[in-house]
Design a protein around this ligand. Structure first.
Ligand code: FE2
Length: 266
């Protein structure tokens, strides 16, 4: 067995994308902490948590098949390829590669790791925060709903902000709702495959505004695509991500890193 195609979609699948990804994440450690993959494991493409046509008519089947099966798969393949000859980076999580250990990534492959590791992280999240319309909650509830009300003035305003950020993103990128280390919400866009993880923000929800995400159905009408996505938001997952304890725990990070070093020592 390899990768994590057996387990549906959980936090570990997004964060760490490895079958051995870890105990620390499951226990609620800081999302960016570097849990290891199993020795020899490579990053893998997660299965979609629904059928490729399940998001119709908002996102069409063909787009989903190409987006997931070709584009996402290419990011994963290229990430593994970039890391192939750099054994000191083997076993690191996406969080470690993009944040904690980013400076240790050799310059020759650094941008490739950002592009393809970010692409893997971003797309893994994207599939998880969407859901078929008949399964989607109409709106967030609880603490997330309160936080959105406080930060943006409600869900409709949030959607307007995220859509405006996505519409004005020149070229390719993403438009995000994120949580900072103090639990505050922010909305912004990023270029290319840059991940909010790179600025130590926890992505809660994001919309891919690369043309490959919408062009078959929407052609040049990125705004129509952005509006359509709000019909299929998996608010339960966004709430879960918001409510989860993902704040930094310096002591735990130190312990975990030490433990990992000890485990890996010959
Ligand atoms: Fe994409």
């Amino acid at each position: 067995m390899d990768r994590h195609t057996e387990s549906g979609w959980d936090r570990r699948s997004f964060l760490l994308t490895g079958v051995a990804a870890g105990a620390a994440a499951a226990a609620g450690g800081w999302a960016l902490q570097g849990e290891a993959l199993a020795d020899g494991a490579e990053f893998g493409v997660p299965e979609l948590p629904y059928a490729a046509d399940a998001l119709e008519p908002f996102i069409d089947k063909q787009t989903m098949e190409i987006h997931h099966g070709k584009h996402h798969a290419a990011y994963v393949a290229n990430l593994n390829k970039a890391l192939k000859d750099v054994p000191q980076l083997h076993g690191l999580s996406l969080g470690a590669l993009l944040v904690d250990k980013a400076k240790e990534v050799p310059e020759a492959i650094r941008q490739g790791v950002v592009n393809n590791g970010g692409g893997h992280a971003n797309h893994s999240l994207f599939w998880s925060v969407l859901t078929p319309k008949d399964k989607a909650k109409a709106a967030p509830e609880g603490k997330l709903a309160e936080a959105i009300q406080s930060a943006f003035g409600g869900v409709e305003k949030l959607a307007e902000t995220i859509n405006a950020n996505g519409a004005s993103r020149f070229g390719s990128g993403w438009t995000w709702l994120v949580k900072d280390k103090d639990g505050r919400l922010h909305a912004y866009s990023t270029a290319n495959q840059d991940s909010p993880l790179m600025q130590k923000h926890v992505p809660l929800f994001g919309i891919d505004v690369w043309e490959h995400a919408y062009y078959l159905k929407y052609q040049n009408k990125r705004g129509d695509y952005l509006k359509a996505v709000w019909n299929i938001v998996n608010w339960a997952e966004v709430e879960r991500r918001y409510n989860e304890d993902t704040l930094p725990h310096p002591g735990k990070e130190k312990d975990a890193l030490k433990k990992k070093t000890e485990v890996k020592a010959p």
